[in-house]
Design a protein around this ligand. Structure first.
Ligand code: AMP
Ligand code: ZN
Length: 493
């Protein structure tokens, strides 16, 4: 008996607009594909939020005992500046501006991506394939779609024929757009384009002479369209029909809509049972995005070196902040929100640290089994982490009452409480306890908090020579203290 036999997850399926009970295609196995980053710049906190949602989902499936194959790709070619197949390749453009090889751009930002995700305690996916590693597979898919008459070749490029496909299929079923509106709303072709209709999208593009990232194909030396790589890589590793496909909400259209169309045109079956979309992180009322400059980088959160925040925050505090919102809700990034999450995070960690020393009794005044069930219920309801966290705080309240002698707990209940707190907080939410962290930022946080406390004591004793010395010497070591109405905070320079 596995935990998944007892716990049935309801997942909101973007394709049907409903929460549905998750039934895997193969019992005991989950195949999940998530669109990875285009590695042409540092990941911002918005990107991290989407990947974090799927990290939490991956962790929960694993906890329930499923064997999960989680595929998250790296887009290292084919993603043009504009989603309508226009503009330069994002990676090639960066390479041109920096006068380096495109693959140097790819390497630099793939390493950055991994470092950031490690800092946030992500689990690595089972497979992390790259678009450039799957050019042959992409060419084979194009050949079949051409044979089926659902794509056409013009001047060395191949385009997907959306109107033809829509005669027998439903283009727009994921994003809820209908073809008439799309035709009405897309600007007409300017005569420069090879496309028959503006809705059509590229499967293969012939490379201009200056385009460095190019591969031979039956049609031209060129490169694959952006949507095709995900169809090739997801089906190669998960099969032509798999359980879950995820990504950020902004990928629903056109990227995922096009993925469905390609896969259906190619092999006649719908590729995915559950489409999942994580909602956006916003800042100043607008989506966090590299292109508009409205973003914050994870390293700026860890150092405090950004005008939007007043201090440095641990990666686990930022993680906690993001998981306090439902993955399907928009989340507004604010300094106040982070400060509140920091308080809550340390309250939770302190309660967990104190579990070891709790005294037991002959009766429990708190029903631990029901509480544990509520934690599962929250996660089974479409991975509702804010409700799970509210349950964890209910346990914190009980732990503190037991400490104060206002409540009691039996030995076996205490064991269940301690193990469930660990499972939900660390294994499923993926938080790291700074008191047990092997990582330097956790130790630094602890040491600086201690010095801040010593300085507060010195000031309370009117020993200003000592309090100034602590402040000045920390500053010399690159740590700046800031006194505010809610106490002293710090940032690293
Ligand atoms: P990209 O590298 O632009 O393809 O984006 C990588 C992932 O980050 C995609 O799944 C996007 O949907 C997601 N993403 C981009 N901006 C945000 C944001 N502001 N909030 C949440 N996710 C985002
Ligand atoms: Zn994709």
């Amino acid at each position: 008996m596995q935990l998944y036999d007892k716990h049935h997850i309801k997942i909101y399926n973007s394709l049907t607009g409903q929460k549905e009970i998750f039934m895997p295609i193969n019992e005991g196995y989950v195949g999940m594909y998530v669109c990875g980053p285009t590695v042409y710049s540092n990941v911002h906190l918005g990107n991290v939020r989407t990947f974090m949602s799927f990290d939490m989902i991956f962790r929960y499936f694993k906890h329930l005992g499923y064997k999960v194959r989680y595929v998250r790709n790296i887009t290292d070619a084919g993603h043009l500046e504009n989603d309508a197949d226009e503009g330069e390749d994002r990676i090639a453009k960066k390479a041109r501006l920096e006068e380096i090889e495109p693959m140097e751009v790819v390497q630099r930002y793939t390493v950055d991506f991994h470092n950031i995700l490690n800092a946030f305690n992500f689990l690595p996916p089972s497979i992390e394939p790259t678009a450039t590693g799957h050019i042959i597979e992409q060419i084979e898919i194009i050949k079949t779609i051409l044979d089926k008459g659902l794509a056409y070749e013009v001047n060395g490029s191949v385009y997907f024929d959306v109107l033809k496909y829509n005669e027998t299929n439903d283009y727009g079923k994921l994003s809820g757009r209908n073809i008439e509106d799309l035709i009405h709303n897309t600007r007409s072709l300017d005569g420069q384009s090879d496309k028959k209709n503006p809705q059509d999208f590229a499967l293969w593009k012939k490379a201009e002479p200056q385009h460095i990232m190019r591969w031979p194909s039956p049609w031209s030396d060129g490169f694959p369209g952006w949507h095709l790589e995900c169809t090739a890589m997801s089906t190669k590793y998960l099969g032509e029909h798999f359980d879950i496909h995820g990504g950020g909400m902004d990928l629903k259209f056109p990227h995922h809509e096009c993925e469905i169309a390609q896969a259906e045109a190619w092999n006649g079956q719908t590729p995915v049972n559950f489409w999942m979309h994580a909602n956006m992180l916003i800042m100043n009322g607008k989506k966090m995005a590299k292109s508009t400059g409205n973003y914050i980088l994870p390293n700026e959160i860890f150092s405090g070196d950004n005008p939007h925040i007043t201090k440095a925050f641990l990666p686990s505090v930022a993680r906690f902040f993001m998981l306090q919102a439902n993955y399907r809700s928009i989340l507004d990034f604010t300094n106040d929100g982070l400060l509140a999450s920091e308080k809550g995070f340390f309250k939770l960690m302190n309660a967990i640290d104190s579990l070891k020393g709790l005294k037991t009794d002959t009766i429990s005044s708190f029903n631990v089994k029901d509480w544990q069930q509520s934690c599962y219920d929250a996660m089974n309801d479409d991975f509702n982490t804010p409700v799970l966290i509210a349950n964890l705080f209910e346990a914190v309240k009980q732990i503190n009452q037991i400490k104060e002698g206002k409540a009691t707990i039996k030995t076996d209940d205490l064991e269940m409480l301690a193990s469930s707190m660990t499972v939900f907080t660390f294994d499923i939410l993926g938080l790291v306890n700074p008191s047990e962290s092997q990582n330097d930022s956790g130790k630094l946080e602890g040491a600086v908090e201690l010095l801040i406390k010593m300085r507060d004591d010195a000031r309370a004793n009117k020993d200003f020579a000592l309090s100034d010395k602590i402040r000045d010497e920390l500053l010399e070591a690159g740590i700046q203290l800031k006194d505010g109405k809610d106490g002293t905070t710090y940032s690293t320079k």
